[in-house]
Design a protein around this ligand. Structure first.
Ligand code: AP5
Ligand code: ZN
Length: 215
């Protein structure tokens, strides 16, 4: 199963990815998590990506496409994968198509901008695993600690309100056109499912709605 998760920053892509990867036994490929890991490791890629991410801008297509193309050839991707945060531009979607990747489903998680800012201010993340929580909507078992490792949760650098507003602007300009791109794809190719989900519902309702739509 090859799935694309589409949605604005804070729509709940990472949250739903945690369930979906377990349900279908496929790895989560989050370009955002990969870039944050590179920043933490202090690699050249990390140094380059940090200024873009802190400003809420997209990292260049060339870098991201190279990163994903390499990742999807790894062994654990043989039975499929879940793309979280990629593609994010028409150029990235075209590159995926040109690489011969046959997508089974595109899931759009739809949340209005007005709800995004409050979600981001309450988000806490375990950067090493990419697991995210919310102080109100999805609290960890122990305040401030990751459920699995017990390690400290942090706020992401790009979750400051002014950066969130920039990320939303970038989403509408550069990523939202993918909604039309993939709806058209699903209309022309019966092997591709396009699923739109109301992401303002509670986390477990979003999860069950996605699972039943995929069956
Ligand atoms: P990335 O890490 O991909 O960030 P994003 O797309 O902005 O999305 P987020 O991770 O912020 O949100 P999410 O949808 O995963 O939401 P979550 O589940 O955490 O990218 C970061 C940066 O990296 C980009 O700005 C860019 O610079 C760069 N980058 C990455 N990919 C790139 C690419 N392909 N090309 C170029 N640049 C790229 O949920 C959010 C919060 O809401 C959490 O607190 C959660 O608990 C809560 N929540 C989730 N669902 C619900 C619900 N149903 N009800 C209530 N609360 C909920
Ligand atoms: Zn995410």
């Amino acid at each position: 199963m090859k799935i694309i998760l589409l949605g604005a920053p804070g729509a709940g892509k990472g949250t739903q990815a945690q369930f979906l990867t377990k349900a279908f036994d496929i790895p989560q490929i989050s370009t955002g998590d990969m870039l944050r890991a590179a920043i933490k490791a202090g690699t050249e890629l990390g140094k380059l990506a940090k200024s873009f991410m802190d400003a809420g801008k997209l990292v260049t297509d060339e870098i991201i496409i190279g990163l994903v193309k390499e990742r999807i050839t790894e062994d654990d991707c043989k039975n499929g994968f879940l793309l979280d945060g990629f593609p994010r531009t028409i150029a990235q979607a075209d590159a995926l198509k040109e690489a011969g990747v046959a997508i089974d489903a595109v899931i759009e998680i739809d949340v209005p901008d007005s709800e995004i800012v409050s979600r981001m201010s309450g988000r806490r993340a375990h950067l090493a695993s990419g697991r995210t929580y919310h102080v109100v909507y999805n609290p960890p078992k122990v305040e401030g600690k990751d459920d699995i490792t017990g390690e400290e949760l942090v706020q992401r650098d790009d979750d400051k309100e002014e950066v969130v507003l920039d990320r939303l602007r970038v989403y509408h300009e550069q990523t939202a056109p993918l909604i039309g791109y993939y709806t058209a794809e699903a209309e022309n190719n019966s092997a591709v499912k396009y699923i739109r989900i109301d992401g303002t519902q509670p986390i477990d309702t979003v999860q069950t709605t996605i699972l039943s739509a995929l069956k």
